[in-house]
Design a protein around this ligand. Sequence first.
Ligand code: NAD
Length: 496
Amino acid sequence: MEKHRLEWAQKWIQAPKTSWIGIEPFPSENAGEFSAINPSTGEKITQLHLAGSKTVNAAVQSARAAFESAQWKGLHPKERAQSLNRIAAAIRAHHAELATLETFENGKLYRESFEDDIPEAADVFEYYAGWATKIYGETCPTGPAYLNYTVREPLGVCALVVPWNFPFLLACWKISACLSMGNTAIVKPSPQTSSTLLRLMEILTQEKILPPGVLNVVLGGSATGDLLSSHSGIDKISFTGSTSVGKRIVRQSGDSNLKAVTLELGGKSANILFDDTPDLEFALERSFYAMFCHKGEKCSEPTRLFVHQKHYTQTLDFLSRKCEAVRCGDPFDPASDQGPQCTREQFEKILSYIEIGKKEGARLIAGGSQDTTGKNSKGFFVRPTVFADVHPQMKIAQDEIFGPVLAVTPFTSEAEVVEMANSTIYGLAAGLWSSDISRAHRVASQLDAGMVFINRYGCYDFASPFGGFRQSGWGKEMSRDSLNSYTKTKSIWVKL
Ligand code: NAD
């Protein structure tokens, strides 16, 4: 991490921020302010002017006008593809500065932002640029008297609401799919982490990559989110965040104009180590990484580890050793293994769940507290924490904690572990490790989760649908599946 970039980011970020509509910042309407906090130090980073109804209405008008304009609607799909490819190139050209802003606000390790989040954000624009020219309708076998065919049309104005854990990447997943199908977008990031998107808006405007109004950003939290989900000028809302807010969005969308809704929600994913795990050392390393990278703030992380009795002691020894070696610290320091939790609220929530786990009688084998090494006591650092002997009905095994807290449970039989794995309200992801190909496929089919990983937890590719079952969501991100949710199918009849 070059020092001048951090200094640049610190300076850039300090200027108060407002929503970005069309090609410029939208003047504050005095609908409230929000202070974003540096999670490493607890100090204020910047001040946001929140979007009230005036700003949200202006964003909807801007996006609607762009949707109807010849500059966007009149484009050949290949021209939309070119715009998306140019966005990818712009992200790459500003890679390090975007990674710096992301880490500064979110607290994830700089190398996680630099090596994973920002490059993948550029990649996803290229992926969906490719799809813009490959969406076909069908001719339908309706008999000789008629010609019947379908066309896939964009929905219109889409609100894209994203959380703070992967602020830039998750926004880019949605924006790229949404725009590739010819829609226009209003993005609402979490108020703690809006800088990378605002910086992208500046860059796209400077480089004149999109027609005005195709992409807009409104700043705010739940009040602004409410304005979006209850707005009858919005055709679709794509939401990533907590299950409770997802339910609220469904209600408000239904009560307003029945807008289309897709939801990527919480998780409490199970990871099962069978007695015939092929390479136990690799399985443990990979499971540890999947659980604790990005400081445990990942919806699909394997927060419940079910371990066959045969490997139980060895697994607990491994986990406690690995956790104790983790250095929490400044996310820009290459020596740090784990940064601070993103918000004070989240930090306090995690610590309170750790106390709940202790009271519930789970056996604490690692962590269990705030990390107060050096200057860390000023920030939101939590030691990676592992509870053993967790009963599947304990709160720490049922509730999404969204931090570096792992619940480990022993098992002996396949039927028993499948039942335990399926025993939460969530169904986002699940993993299993076994050398028995029949068992692996049998258990994969029995796990009620939208994504199942066999012998490697956490595989991602834009070509594969990402999303959960049950109270983990509706619909999918990525792949062709995501595109279905950004288009509507029209059936056209011609009398011959
Ligand atoms: P959150 O639900 O509190 O907020 C998510 C976003 O919704 C934020 O932008 C927030 O400002 C906004 N929001 C809040 N109230 C709203 C309302 N009434 N109407 C519309 N928008 C509203 O979630 P969070 O704390 O920011 O993020 C953590 C949650 O996100 C976890 O539950 C996690 O599992 C989930 N998540 C899911 C996925 C996935 O793909 N399934 C990915 C990342 C995060």
